[in-house]
Design a protein around this ligand. Sequence first.
Ligand code: BGC
Length: 246
Amino acid sequence: MEILGIDIGGSGIKGAIVETKTGEMLTKRLRIPTPQPATPEAIAETIKQIADSFGYKKSIGCGFPALMNHGVIKTASNIDPSCKDVDANKLFSEITGRIVHVFNDADVAGFAEAKFGLAGKKKGLSLFLTIGTGIGSALINNGKLIENTEFGHIYMQNGLKTEHYASDAVRERENLDWPVWGARLNEVLIYLESLFSPDAFILGGGASKKFELFQDQLHTKAPIQPAELLNKAGIVGAALLAKKRS
Ligand code: BGC
């Protein structure tokens, strides 16, 4: 089945039509800068623009950087506060004139990894983290996604949320070099390991593209691997989850 997958991020909104059987992108990846302010209405107009530019009229899957509850945006940690409590499924469908299913960005990326990347080939529990402006998470148990985890908001013993200590944005803001930041990430992973005992960690998001610069700092018992699908994961996973809801 061919479905338009959209990945909504803080700086760009990206989309492509995906063949859900193979996870292959059938079109080029179109990127439009995220409108500012990124109100839900402005985001929906951008989704419409992407769908229109592909001449696409059917249902759409979106990954969104917030806790989602059945299509309703429940938090706004790194996004415009006007998004909170908006029924995104409803609003985006009304504005685009297509049925839109909205999911958490880390859940869609983790789901794509489970289906077409490393996580799916692993037996047992994989813990997927996407490390960017915030830290998003997904748990994949024997290839099945457990939705709505928010491991970026777990408090560390130093009193900080994991995403306020070791996100890629924190690395940039505090001008941390890779080994120093890698040691922070290691603390986060060891803490998560003590809570969830995953069989493997999969790291996605911007920072995972530089894995070789900090991997020496990571010392969990479970193996750690960078995500395989990289910037395709958000688009492909959104299309896959939308297919499940159609
Ligand atoms: C949000 C998550 C999201 C993550 C990555 C966090 O601040 O709470 O829902 O997955 O950022 O975008």
